[in-house]
Design a protein. Structure first.
Length: 95
């Protein structure tokens, strides 16, 4: 059963997987989710879900985002997934 911890998808073993580098770059550069969603022609909720591990980006989406917003960061770094292990199950709500 998948669960949500601080907006991030957690697998049944308590591991989080999300695009941490992408979110950090958005924060650092003050890039708004709605702006990126509009640019890649998707809903802002879909974009949020993808960033937080509930879905994945297409190659075209990743390249578009990297080329427009983070040209100085290699796409492999920008879209590297991050894992956090052993999240306390009491901190997780069921989805």
């Amino acid at each position: 059963m998948n669960r949500i911890y601080n907006g991030v998808l957690v697998d049944e073993d308590g591991n989080l997987q999300w695009y941490e580098n992408l979110q950090k770059e958005f924060n650092k550069r003050k890039i708004q989710h709605y702006e990126v969603a509009q640019f890649i022609d998707t809903d802002v909720n879909v974009l949020f879900d993808k960033i937080h591990g509930n879905g994945s980006f297409t190659t075209d989406e990743a390249l578009m985002i990297q080329n427009r917003y983070c040209k100085d960061v290699p796409v492999e770094v920008l879209f590297k997934t991050s894992n956090v292990s052993n999240v306390n199950i009491r901190d997780i709500s069921t989805t």
